[in-house]
Write a new protein. Structure first.
Length: 154
C-alpha cells in the first residue's frame, strides 16, 4: 500500500471540538501528537492520507509498527477522500514508550458512522479503499503522542 505522503490532520474542530494535533516526520517516522479535549462535545484527533489506487484484495490485513503512550488508537479506512461519516475501523492498545507491531485482519474492521459502530454487516470493500487514518478518541482526554514506523498490508 502506498499512501500519497499527504498526511493531514482532521480534529474534532470540524464539529465544534477543541482538540489539537500535529504531524511531523523525523528519521522516516511519523510523529502524531497533540491534546484531546472533551469540551464542546469534542474528543478526537486524526491523521489521514489518501491511498493511491491499490487493490487490498490480495492481502489479509493491516500491520502497524507504533511506539505509543499506553492509550488506545484506531486504524480506519474509507471508500472516499471527501468528507463522509463512514469509516471501517479497528482499535488497538499501545504500550507506553515501547515499539510494538500489530497485525489487524480485515475481518476485524467494523463499519462506523460518525464514531458510532453501525449494525451493518457490510464488509470492507477491499478493492476500493481511498483513505487510511490513525485516530485517537474514545474519551481519552489529555496529551497524546504516537510514533509510527510503518503502516502496511500483510
Amino acid at each position: 500500500m502506498k499512501t500519497e505522503n499527504k498526511w493531514r490532520i482532521v480534529n474534532d474542530g470540524v464539529m465544534g471540538g477543541l482538540s489539537t494535533s500535529k504531524v511531523n516526520v523525523e528519521d522516516d517516522k511519523i510523529i502524531f501528537s497533540g491534546n484531546v479535549s472533551l469540551e464542546n462535545n469534542g474528543g478526537f484527533a486524526s491523521l489521514r492520507s489518501p491511498v493511491k489506487d491499490y487493490n487490498f484484495e490480495d492481502f489479509s490485513g493491516v500491520e502497524i509498527k507504533i511506539k505509543g503512550d499506553g492509550k488506545r488508537y484506531s486504524i480506519s479506512m474509507k471508500e472516499t477522500t471527501y468528507f463522509s461519516g463512514y469509516f471501517y475501523t479497528s482499535t488497538f492498545e499501545t504500550k507506553k514508550d515501547e515499539w510494538i507491531t500489530i497485525k489487524i485482519p480485515f475481518d476485524q474492521f467494523r463499519l462506523f458512522y460518525f464514531g458510532k459502530e453501525t449494525k451493518s454487516s457490510k464488509i470492507i470493500p477491499l478493492n476500493n479503499i481511498k483513505e487510511i487514518s490513525l485516530l485517537i478518541g474514545d474519551k481519552q482526554e489529555g496529551k497524546f503522542k504516537a510514533e509510527v514506523d510503518h503502516i502496511k498490508l500483510y
